[in-house]
Design a protein around this ligand. Structure first.
Ligand code: LMR
Length: 333
């Protein structure tokens, strides 16, 4: 018997990420080939024609899993009954801008979208925030959506994880699928900490810690970290637009692993509401290594954290605390 369709909200559907993401979802890349879906696409009034065109193109693609499309600029209509909410709408940083420049606009968007989800989403709706500053936007959404369990509100750091895995695979000249368990700690910003200490590589002699195959250990602590931290900026410089297809693809990876489960022995990184694990202050949206089962994530516990890592993890938490207080001060203005 065919499964009942799940309703998936994509805000900012007409933007670059949205345009790359919706066909991926409709093709089953997010929830698998047996899960029918109904897309709820939210776009601003000014993009009404683009939203209409996007709907026409989705219809023209005859996606077998796509059972319905709601394309609207009405946030209440968009949020009604949604099971999964992908929050892409936000004001992005253009070249030369800083995150604090766009914070007030984003706080206001996430306040309004959080409230609408609070009142109209399906019980147990799962949320992933993609729009930047993703961690802090997720925190604002959580504040205005008290009916959604905090465990269901996440933000995207899978893009950083994918970037990190690809850098390791290129450096080692091995397929990306042979590398796993790199960790992204903290904020989705240049202060994130890509940590390869527990990464492994599949070799002809089985799975090995990365340090055994990576002769240049110095590279792991310096160049590797910098490349991953600045990859988004570098794409923006070259493309003149921020990453879109890689962000869309990472969003599918994030939700797929959350809902369908992580493969045995594999960790993924997700921005989640800190419970104090690894000494990270509760009340921050912080990226941790997790495994997922039965649609729930759990933090990978009891990893040894060396001094170098501790410093980087704390610096990222510090930045998040500052972002948090800047965001909350926008709420009281
Ligand atoms: C990225 O990591 O590429 C983006 O999140 C950067 C941005 O500000 O859109």
């Amino acid at each position: 018997m065919e499964k009942a369709p799940l309703k998936i909200l994509v805000t900012g559907a007409t933007g670059q990420i949205g345009y790359a993401l919706v066909p991926m979802i409709a093709r089953g890349l997010m929830l698998g080939p047996n899960q029918p879906i109904i897309l709820h696409l939210l776009g601003p009034d000014r993009a009404f024609e683009a939203l209409k065109g996007l709907k026409m193109e989705l219809v023209d693609s005859a996606f077998p899993l796509l059972k319905g499309i709601i394309a609207t600029s009405d946030v209440v209509e968009a949020c009604k009954g949604v099971n999964i909410a992908i929050m892409v709408a936000g004001v992005p940083c253009k070249e030369g801008m800083q995150r604090k420049d766009v914070l007030p606009m984003n706080v206001s968007i996430f306040k309004s979208h959080g409230s609408a989800l609070d009142q109209h989403a399906a019980p147990n709706c799962k949320v992933v925030v993609v729009a930047n500053p993703a961690n802090t936007n997720a925190l604002i959404l959580k504040e205005f959506a008290p009916s959604i369990p905090p465990k269901n509100i996440t933000c995207l750091t899978r893009l950083d994880q994918n970037r990190a895995l690809s850098q390791l695979s290129e450096h080692l000249k091995v397929p990306v699928t042979d590398v796993k368990n790199v960790i992204i700690w903290g904020n989705h910003s240049v202060m994130q900490y890509p940590d390869a200490n527990y990464a492994t590589v599949t070799t002809t002699d089985g799975e090995k810690p990365i340090q055994e195959v990576m002769l240049d250990e110095q590279w792991l602590q310096s160049r590797f970290v910098t490349i991953v931290q600045h990859r988004g900026d570098n794409v923006l410089k070259v493309r003149k637009k921020s990453s879109a297809l890689s962000a869309a693809s990472a969003t599918c990876d994030h939700v797929r692993d959350w809902i369908l489960g992580t493969p045995k022995g594999t960790w993924v990184s997700m921005g989640i509401y800190s419970d104090g694990s690894y000494g990270i202050q509760p009340g921050l949206m912080y990226s941790f290594p997790v495994t997922c089962q039965n649609e729930e994530w759990s933090i990978v516990q009891e990893l040894n954290i060396d001094e170098f890592s501790r410093e980087k993890m704390d610096a990222s938490a510090e930045e998040l605390m500052m972002e948090k207080s800047a965001a909350y001060s926008c709420l009281t203005r």
